[in-house]
Design a protein around this ligand. Structure first.
Ligand code: ZN
Length: 421
């Protein structure tokens, strides 16, 4: 079996699919665990953008799984091979589980470069074509604790034909089998967990076939790929994910790639997803924004209503378009601190937030840093956004534990006016 001792313990399953629990005995030594639903720590080459390890560790309850992508790593293969100690040691990462994925969900890769035998990733120096042999050589060099297998995920654009989708499922299964064959013969990958990739575009029968076939293989978990398309209707996506997760074994985790917006996270948790990539706070930071959506569901109806009133009374930049699909654009869950209205706003980014930024600085200061292009702006925003996003996931778990998902959804979507508790 190509997989570690990683175990998934479910403490609660709501409506037969929405899962609360813990991934246990992760990492090669089996010393790490991760609560689900949860998110991973997004990095570029092992570093959370804008933050040093010291700054990062001022944040409480960081995700225990660090994500790196082959698109960042592939061009450094020679150096890593020479180094020999694996990527964790190379990047000075201690005490974390390393997950290696193929693409960076925060970066849009060009399409049209996959073949029956290869997929391409884009590094800073351009395109790198990977065969299964090269892909697996990279994994042996990186020595992650988990990795996703090579897959053809180019089915997320609109208007993709059924034939192309079928081909992507076939290719991804063939890549999976080849990866597993190499994996099982590689001593360096002993105890490393393999995540199989479920493809199938927006075609239900292909999604089901991909899920069923992948589940037959000795994988430790599943990546649900190709759902990042902004053009896919949210209801259709939920339907497809619900159908897919029904086909997957209950005792293995499901990681959804390319989805990070809070409302979408909630819908996908309800469809049976356990894990998300953590790129969303980075995207928000890059556009000079701060996450400010509400997720507090403590049963105090009066303060909840008051918060809400304050929240909607122009405190934040209203976006209003919940169906704004492109994740590179500002969403209604954040405020644009570059906006002039914040130049003399001396409140913290979010009242009550315990992060370093909110404890020490005001909106006006971050606005000033942003308009003068100071590097500290990114640092402070990344601290706040990472902290806010992690706290949101904690709130999702609490809501699940206490049967308050409806309340949480209304709170996040900003429609809670009064609540009986
Ligand atoms: Zn904060």
């Amino acid at each position: 079996m190509a997989g570690s001792r990683m175990k998934l313990e479910l403490s609660k399953v709501v409506q037969g699919r929405c899962r609360l629990g813990q991934l246990k005995e992760m990492g090669r030594m089996g010393q790490h665990c991760l609560d689900i639903p949860g998110c991973l720590l997004y990095t570029h080459l092992g570093t959370v953008p804008h933050l040093t390890q010291d700054t990062l560790h001022t944040l409480s309850s960081l995700p225990t799984v660090t994500q790196v992508t082959l698109s960042n790593i592939a061009e450094h293969q020679d150096v890593l091979e020479e180094f020999k100690g694996g990527f964790k040691k190379f990047a000075g990462l201690h005490d974390t589980v390393l997950y290696c994925s193929l693409h960076d969900s925060a970066a849009q890769s060009p399409t049209g470069h996959t073949t029956n035998k290869t997929v391409s990733v884009w590094g800073s120096g351009g395109r790198i074509e990977l065969t299964v042999a090269k892909f697996m050589a990279l994994q042996r060099t990186v020595q992650p604790d988990w990795y996703q297998t090579m897959a053809d995920g180019e089915t997320w654009q609109t208007g993709i034909s059924r034939k192309r989708v079928r081909k992507s499922v076939d290719r991804s299964l063939a890549h999976l089998d080849e990866c597993l064959l190499v994996h099982q013969k590689s001593q360096e990958l002993d105890g490393v967990s393999v995540f199989g990739v479920v493809e199938g575009g927006d075609i239900l029968e292909e999604r089901l076939r991909s899920a069923r076939e992948t589940a037959k293989r000795p994988v430790a978990g599943f990546c649900l790929d190709g759902f990042q398309n902004g053009a896919m209707d949210q209801a259709l996506r939920s339907q497809l994910i619900t159908a897919v997760t029904k086909e997957l074994p209950e005792d293995k985790p499901r990681l959804l790639q390319g989805v990070g917006r809070p409302d979408e996270v909630l819908a996908c948790v309800e469809a049976g997803v356990d894990l998300f990539e953590g790129f969303f706070p980075f995207q928000v930071t890059e556009r000079g924004c701060a996450l400010c959506f509400l997720f507090d569901i403590t049963p105090d109806p009066e303060s909840a209503a008051a918060d809400e009133e304050q929240h909607t009374a122009g405190e934040t930049q209203p976006n209003g378009d919940l169906n704004c699909d492109d994740q590179t654009h500002m969403t209604r869950f954040e405020m644009d601190l570059k906006d002039k209205r914040y130049q003399d706003d001396f409140r913290p980014l979010v009242e009550g937030c315990g992060c370093y930024c909110c404890r020490n600085h005001q909106r006006a200061y971050v606005h000033h840093l942003l308009v003068t292009n100071e590097l500290l702006a990114g640092v402070l925003l990344m601290i706040h956004n990472t902290s806010h996003y992690n706290s949101f996931f904690r709130a999702v778990r609490e809501a699940l534990a206490n049967d308050k998902m409806d309340l949480l959804r209304r709170r996040v979507l900003g429609t809670v006016k009064e609540e009986s508790g």
